[in-house]
Write a protein that binds this ligand. Structure first.
Ligand code: ADP
Length: 220
């Protein structure tokens, strides 16, 4: 079958991270095979995931039996059991699964996963910790670092930009940020243009270098 168009994902480990990921994929129309060695967990998700199986993912034979090698996408959502996480990832790499996402609980764990061939490594707790630090220490309402030193921040529109067109406020030159979206009270977010005139109480999404985004939010 055509691997680029199939909407099937193998999710190994149905703990907090794996189960949330698997359920979200199902909500978005994906076919998910959820695997865990814990029968109680598998039972809990049997009705909400497309397929579920009780199996030990470090067992090569068990992986082949469920057809792991046929998947073009797999997620190794085993965190706390390092050995299981590493072994499982390495088996999937050996099988030639072309897109493997692996969850790591530390940078060192992440480095190992990358070295053995995981295509994407995610550090949910580490990343979320850093993200919340930016919210705790500043005035942003929400914050996402897109890559090293470039971020999107959600903030109230500061007084300085109220009542005139964004195109005329010169904030890109003075603050190094771009207003990309805006939300009026009680309305939904919409894209911002040069003609947009922010009003008191508006919420905006700004993009720019991380420190510029943070400093801009301090104006509110
Ligand atoms: P979370 O923090 O997201 O809950 P955990 O690391 O605690 O993640 O949970 C990982 C899940 O992976 C657990 O449900 C565990 O039973 C499962 N798991 C661990 N090792 C294996 C394995 N070898 N085969 C299948 N599932 C496993």
């Amino acid at each position: 079958h055509n691997k680029t168009h199939d909407k099937r994902v193998l999710v190994i480990g149905l703990g907090r991270f794996g189960s949330s990921l698997a359920l979200e994929l199902v909500t978005h129309g994906w076919e998910v095979l959820g695997m865990d060695s814990n029968p109680r967990l598998v039972q809990a998700y049997a009705d909400s995931l497309t397929h579920t199986v009780v199996a030990d993912s470090t067992d090569d034979e068990a992986l082949r039996q469920v057809g792991a090698q046929e998947f073009s996408r797999a997620v190794v959502a085993i965190g706390t059991h390092l050995e299981e996480s590493i072994l499982t990832t390495s088996l999937l790499v050996d099988m030639g699964v072309p897109n493997i996402w692996a969850k790591a609980i530390s940078r060192r764990h992440g480095r190992i996963l990358q070295q053995i061939g995981a295509h994407h490594v995610v550090l949910p707790e580490h990343d979320m910790g850093e993200r919340v630090a930016h919210l705790v220490s500043g005035r942003m309402l929400d914050y996402v670092e897109i890559e090293e030193d470039f971020a999107l921040g959600k903030t109230r529109a500061p007084r300085e930009i109220l009542g005139r067109k964004l195109g005329e406020s010169g904030i890109r030159a003075t603050h190094g940020i771009t207003v990309v979206c805006i939300k009026r009270h009680g309305e939904q977010f919409t894209y911002a243009t040069a003609e947009t005139v922010p009003q008191k109480g508006d919420i905006i999404i700004v993009a720019g270098k991380t420190d510029r985004v943070e400093r801009f939010a301090e104006l509110t």
